[in-house]
Design a protein around this ligand. Structure first.
Ligand SMILES: [Zn+2]
Length: 141
């Protein structure tokens, strides 16, 4: 993830936005429409290692990404998964749940895979980028 999280496109995803803390990426596997990732820019394996300000910034980016996903993909709910046993670099999967999804099934990030035609995937990235730009991150109160 250190090597390719900042690239405009890699085998797994495309870049939506970059903040001081994170890269936000749309997964190529769109089995769950809107499936995205927020990846910490710094190489850190586990959330337990983050100082408070960086932890807050990371989750603020996750929230902002979720708002953008909701706006574009009209999800009913977003599941947030922080795993990393296979890829030991802190990242959060944002897995939108839609009205047509069975709420009782287990979450599977490898579901599908469903790959959109290149034009449709590009349009989804562009729409998410617009939604990201128009969504204000939550400020400290
Ligand atoms: Zn790394």
């Amino acid at each position: 993830m250190c090597a390719d999280a900042d690239l405009p496109a890699n085998d797994h995803s495309a870049l939506v936005a970059t903040t001081g803390t994170s890269h936000v990426r749309l997964a190529r596997n769109q089995h769950h429409a809107g499936y995205s990732l927020v990846i910490l820019r710094e190489h850190v394996v586990d959330m337990a290692e983050l100082p408070l300000d960086q932890l807050a910034s990371f989750w603020r980016d996750v929230q902002r990404a979720a708002r953008a996903i909701d706006e574009v993909f009209r999800s009913k709910k977003i599941d947030y998964l922080v795993m990393g046993h296979r890829m030991p670099h802190l990242h959060c999967h944002l897995l939108p749940q839609h009205a047509t999804d069975d709420p009782l099934r287990n979450v599977n990030i490898a579901g599908g895979p469903t790959h959109l035609p290149p034009d449709a995937f590009h349009d989804a990235v562009t729409a998410l980028q617009r939604a990201w730009e128009s969504s204000e991150p939550t400020r400290e109160t």
